[in-house]
Each structure stands twice: as C-alpha cells, then as structure tokens.
Ligand binder design. Structure first.
Ligand code: DC
Length: 222
C-alpha cells in the first residue's frame, strides 16, 4: 500500500521547498498541485479568457491537455499541450491568475483525478490548499503549514529578487493578503486546516528547522 502525506497551507509558507526536501529524505514523490492551477491559469491568459465560471472556461478545459510528469532528476514538470511551461507559471501575474482560476468548480473537478491518480501508485508528499480536506481525505499524514503574512511576503520577495525580478515588498505583501483571502473565502474547497491535520507554524523557524519539523511529524505518524 502506498503512503500519502498531505501538506496544505497559505501561499509562501514554504510548502514546496519543505515538501521537496522532505520527499527526498523519505524517498517519496513530491507533487506540487499549485503548478497545475498555475498551468490552467496560464492557458486562460494566453487565450485572453477571463477567469470566471462559464462556457468559455468549459471550452478551454475541453481543448487543453495538462500532464503531470517528472524529469530524470525526479522533479515535477507540468506540460501544457506537450509544452514544458515551468518558466512561465512562477510570475506574480501567474500567481494571481492561478488564485482566480482555482475558485472555479469546473477547474477543480478537472484537476482532481490527475492529483488522486498520483497517490494511488506512489508514496507521495502532495502540497496544495485542499489536499487533506478534499483530494486525499484519507491521507496517512496531514500537515497544515503556515507562517504570518509578513514572514511569507519577506520570503517570496527575497526569492523573486534573487531571480532578478524587479518587485516591491509592499506589492508582494498585498498579493499574499489578497491571495489568502481569495483562497480561504472561495465557496469550493477553501483553504482550511483539516480536523486531523497537525499545525506547523514556521514564522520563527528557518528552512532546515522547518524541514526537520515536517520530516519528524511524518516519521512519527508513519
Ligand atoms: O501553491 P501555489 O502558490 O503554487 O498555488 C497557486 C494557486 O493555486 C493558489 O492561489 C491557490 C491555488 N491552489 C488551489 O486552489 N488548490 C491547490 N491544491 C493548490 C493551489
């Protein structure tokens, strides 16, 4: 039987970096579900489609192919109609588009099987917003990873500056607050801690400390 670890939490809590390292340490596959929403968001912006529920979005979903693959280093690569779109889905605009498109029920339904299938055949650490509540409600381990909006904005700001992007801290903080609001107030699969999830707050903990904390929680429950 395969083991599933669900890690949910708000944007910028360090979910992907921490989950990736924890997966490596435990020999699990890491699945970043946010990349799937970002990819659908990118498809919508490329076609100038407004991210609101309706025919246009239905037609979009019928006409695109989103695939979850892994490269030879074991890293996730999401393909949009066969194209590796990794380089296009990490900008602040793509983040906002992903947040909007992820509130649409058809989009969530469209991506559900893709996510669940990954967990049926592999030991996975899957991160997102609704993994422990909706995608994998029977996951063996559930962790809700969070930090204050300021701590999360500071981390994201540094990340983007290191990539050479010209961004302002205040804009990033505002984006974090807006996305938190959107992600936790949408009607379908809102961001919330599952009743049986362990809360991990990384505001005062550095990266290595956060990885150790998460790996410790997983090992304890496995
Ligand atoms: O984790 P991320 O920042 O890459 O996610 C991008 C957006 O996708 C985020 O605003 C919320 C949404 N998302 C979601 O609704 N459900 C998930 N399981 C993962 C992401």
């Amino acid at each position: 039987m395969s083991i599933a670890v669900a890690i949910d939490g708000p944007a910028g809590a360090g979910k992907s970096t921490i989950s990736k390292s924890a997966a490596k340490e435990l020999g699990f596959i890491y699945v970043d579900t946010g990349a799937l929403y970002r990819t659908v968001g990118l498809a919508a912006s490329r076609r100038n489609i407004e991210p609101v529920a309706g025919e246009e979005v239905n037609n979009l979903l019928e006409s695109i192919k989103v695939e979850l693959t892994f490269n030879d280093k074991g890293e996730q690569v999401v393909l949009l109609d066969g194209e590796d779109v990794s380089a296009f889905i990490r900008t602040p605009e793509a983040s906002m588009m992903a947040s909007k498109i992820s509130a649409i029920p058809q989009v969530r339904a469209y991506l559900l099987d893709l996510q669940r299938n990954m967990a049926t055949t592999n030991n996975v650490i899957m991160d997102g917003r609704d993994i422990g509540t909706v995608v994998l409600p029977n996951a063996e381990v559930k962790i809700f990873l969070t930090a204050t909006p300021e701590a999360r904005a500071t981390r994201r700001y540094k990340e983007l500056v290191e990539k050479g992007m010209d961004v302002k801290y205040e804009d990033i903080l505002q984006d974090v607050i807006t996305r938190d609001y959107n992600d936790s107030h949408r009607e379908i699969a809102p961001l919330k801690q599952a009743d049986d999830a362990v809360l991990a707050d990384t505001t005062e903990i550095d990266l290595q400390g956060s990885i150790d904390l998460v790996v410790g929680i997983i090992k304890e429950r496995m």
